[in-house]
Design a protein around this ligand. Sequence first.
Ligand code: ZN
Ligand code: ZN
Length: 310
Amino acid sequence: MRKGRQPVPHSGKEDVFSSSGDPARETASLGRKLVLSFAAVADGLFAVLFPSTCRFCAVSLTRITRVPVCDACLDRIQAVDGPLCAACGERVPVQGASEGDGRELCASCSQSEPAFTRAAAYGSYDAGMRELIHLLKYEHVHPAANLLGRMLAEVIADLSDAFTGDPVVIPVPLHVSKYRQRGFNQSETIARAALKLHPAGLDWKPNISALVRQKNTGSQTGLTPAQRRENMRGAFAVVRPDDVRGRDILLVDDVMTTGTTASECARVLRRAGAERVFVATVARVLLPEATRVTVNSDEEVRPQVLAAHA
Ligand SMILES: [Zn+2]
Ligand SMILES: [Zn+2]
């Protein structure tokens, strides 16, 4: 099966402007209008007989929507605000130490800078956001990709000034077995939805053939950072180096958890000659606010909740 393309909403224009004077065509057009009207009535009837509820909070939905989530739940998904690490986008303490050039880095990136130049996310991977991504990924509610794409477009617009020329936009690929199981790559679907909005007036298309996932890494849940890196080693390969050599890359994914996947992609892309790698995701797993991290010799990140601000 091919990727989950969004059905284009019916504009109705072809019905309005299809009068050709040809009775056969007009009859067909009228038939189509009737079918559409019937579909609309059926939709209404269905909503009355089987009222839809918000998938997140179970409140009754007052209007028919392609994403079964109420406005209040969608409004709760907020863009993350700073201060954030200039490299990986993690939260940093309000009074964090700055690098000489004014770039504020988290403890982990201060110790060893990631292979990517900068990662940015729209929001925190928690209440609301997580469910919206799950609607697309696991329940195949494809219209959710348009909402997620809108968020990603904002991230891409924010990053756009940093690129030298047009970057190669690469959605993080799925392993072929995962792709067959899911039927689509959510990163690619969201990337297409975002690029369709022409963030910052740009006209870019995703490149889905330069980078492949050649190892099925399985779930990374429960692994330590060192185990995650080990698990990811050799997972990706650049199969079209000419596409990336000397170019800036915009890697796109739905969620950044610890950054291991993005780092490994960035590593192989740069080894294949890519100039710099930027990462745009819809969501990022973030430390709670007012939390500081310390990094021990194993690079294990331990959150320490600070005393509440006065
Ligand atoms: Zn709701
Ligand atoms: Zn960082």
